[in-house]
Design a protein around this ligand. Sequence first.
Ligand SMILES: [Zn+2]
Length: 369
Amino acid sequence: MSHPAPDIDLSALQADLRQLVEIESPSSDPLAVAHVMNVVEGWARALGAETHALGGGTRVFRFGVDGTRPPLLVLTHADTVWPHGTLAHMPFRVDGERLYGPGTYDMKAGIAGLFHALRALRGEWPRGGVTVLLSPDEETGSETSRAHIEAAARQSRAALVVEPPVADTHALKTGRKGTGSFTLTFTGIASHAGNKPEEGASAITAAAEAVLALQALARPEAGTTVSVGLMAGGSAVNVIPADCTLHLDLRVSTLAEAERLDAAVRAWRPGDARVQVNVAGGLNRPPFEQGPGTLALYEQARAIAGDLGFDLPHAVVGGGSDGNFTAPIIPTLDGLGAPGDGAHAAHEHVRLDRWPDHVRLLTRLLREV
Ligand SMILES: [Zn+2]
């Protein structure tokens, strides 16, 4: 390769990450998320990007997009799962090779690393350029950003996602399960539990049947999992319950399984026909099926990592990302953020010893894909 691996200034990388982490940005607070985006937009402008604010809070930064061929798309998100006040008990801190803090690993370090990689290109954008998309609501399902992500994918040649690698490894993500959720609302008939139980129709009994019946739709061997994670119902202990609600999480590896689940959930009825069932929800993110385009991208990344002196495995994982929206449209390589562990957990951290290798890898991918 004609370009040497760029030098990574680890202290500058940490300083950039600190700036993002110390602005708390729960998905539920668009103004806080926009505050993080403003910082990132400042970095983008300093590199000469053309910047755009889209409806719903998504931002797009274009670097050297010149129409000679479709640009490379890089997906990031500025929101985290952490509520305001988290920094007070989980501050940004370095302990040995680990850098802790809310949103470090998922995925503010991905954003900081991306901008170091972009700076390392020194204004020599790849032919066709690079589009960076910053989503405000990835952690809650990308409701406002999904259409923008899909539109950007249709205009791009490939997508790189700077979500973190597989926990505690260097492994990239070449496939993800599709994710969905359903809310089932049961409406029965209330009645006195002692005097006239036969006049009641229990919404809780119906919901209990549903928990067992719907979870039995799982096919772990095919990658399909189903779990009722939340359930609430009833009004008083001596009343046959007229109301119950349950929330179901589902994960699928293929679209065919998603369709099977969707049809089965909607068709299910309780034993007591007097209980009404209302079904809301469905598939949120389609499965990111491991296609040949993605595997070719992975092989390219693996060769670069070999050049840089580290092993780069890959894996298919259960959790979804915005890569699930681009993978059905263009080759997508995910997990190009910072190595570490503890996404959505109190021990969330980035590995400082492994991070520079991934920034070097990303720099080379931006230049060569
Ligand atoms: Zn993430």
